[in-house]
Design a protein around this ligand. Structure first.
Ligand code: BGC
Length: 355
């Protein structure tokens, strides 16, 4: 009898404990809305990954957008237009309010952009223009100016002779703008006969290997060469590889763009003449601010300093000013901003005496 009572007491105690545990573990009200649901959702679609810059663009954009109070979903592909289109469709399905797009192809991406607009999503073309479809905003550096700076940088060290132009991707509107800028500077000299354009080629996907092959094939003809205007640091890298094989690196001036670390190193070593510095943080910050303003219905006027015709309409634009960098102003530009450190560029250990 006593044993039975003890057993009953244990069973009751266990039951009370279990009921209490169950009660206290129940949510006391509807679960709180997760913080993210209150934040505007922004999609970032990246169509190029090859150059160092793009992963920095993505990281800087996400950091700034999050700091402003947005949630960012991103998707990337390296020049696969079909993949980028399906990634954009997916971002639309996930409910993004604003889509920030670096197109793998300035024209072919249009159908996905039209779908985004149909779904009420605002679209910002980031760095590369999206053509022949309705978009809301374009943010970039002044690409015509980039091309001018490249040609001027070469003319400053080589005023006449046999020039090669190694351009960017024909599917990237920027490549065409950069080329236009460079040619506007070279044209008067070509007309006067001071400069002969012995090679003039674009480079699909801005691929350094293709630039290398283009340069190598030209050098194999034994044709004359005094200077190379290369559209970015990747193509410059390919060109310099081909020049090296002929013992010409450092003897033939070569331009570039992006201030990539390897380009800055080649500049201080003398193999590359100059690059064009476009601080990524500034571009990514403006894009994040514009995207956040769009998502929250804030005015955009203060960001607009230009309009750009994309073949269909005039697009409000924010165009930033690029800067030429050579071995003489590396310290006041790239190094001063912390874009790269002195030790990285000059390939010294940070404990080098005197630094
Ligand atoms: C960008 C350059 C970059 C190139 C290749 C262009 O659209 O403006 O900074 O070097 O694409 O990725």
């Amino acid at each position: 009898m006593k044993k039975a009572l003890i057993l009953l007491a244990i069973v009751v105690a266990l039951f009370v404990a279990a009921a209490g545990y169950f009660y206290f573990s129940l949510p006391k009200s509807a679960p709180a809305v997760t913080q993210d649901e209150n934040k505007p959702l922004i999609g970032f679609s990246l169509g190029a990954l090859r150059e160092d810059r793009w992963t920095t663009d993505r990281a800087d954009f996400i950091a700034k957008a999050q700091q402003l109070g947005a949630t960012v979903i991103d998707a990337s592909t390296d020049y696969d237009v079909a993949a980028q289109i399906s990634q954009i469709e997916n971002l639309i399905t996930q409910g993004v309010k604003v889509l920030v797009v670096v197109p793998a192809d300035s024209d072919k991406i249009a159908p996905a952009i039209a779908d985004a607009k149909k779904a009420g999503v605002k679209v910002i073309a980031y760095d590369r223009l999206i053509k022949n479809t309705d978009i809301d905003f374009y943010i970039s550096y002044d690409n015509v100016k980039v091309g001018e700076l490249e040609a001027q940088g070469i003319l400053a060290v080589q005023g006449k002779g046999d020039f090669a132009y190694i351009g960017g991707a024909p599917t990237d509107n920027n490549a065409l703008l950069v080329q236009r800028g460079s040619m506007s500077v070279l044209d008067p000299k070509i007309k006067s006969g001071d400069i002969r354009l012995v090679l003039d080629q674009l480079t699909p996907n801005w691929d350094p290997t293709v630039a290398y092959q283009t340069m190598k094939a030209y050098l194999a003809t034994g044709g004359p060469l005094d200077a190379v205007v290369a559209a970015n640091d990747g193509t410059a890298f390919g060109v310099i590889q081909a020049l090296k094989e002929k013992g010409l690196a450092g003897k033939i001036p070569v331009s570039g763009q992006d201030a990539e670390l390897s380009a800055c190193q080649q500049i201080v070593q003398g193999a590359q003449t100059m690059t064009v510095y476009k601080p990524i943080q500034n571009e990514a910050d403006v894009a994040a601010e514009v995207a956040f303003a769009m998502a929250t219905g804030a005015p955009l006027d203060k960001y607009v300093n230009a309009t750009t015709n994309n073949g269909q309409e005039d697009v409000p634009s924010s165009l930033l000013a690029p800067e030429a960098v050579d071995k003489n102003n590396m310290a006041e530009t790239v190094i001063k901003d912390g874009f790269h450190t002195y030790a990285e560029i000059y390939q010294q250990s940070s404990s080098t005496p005197g630094r």
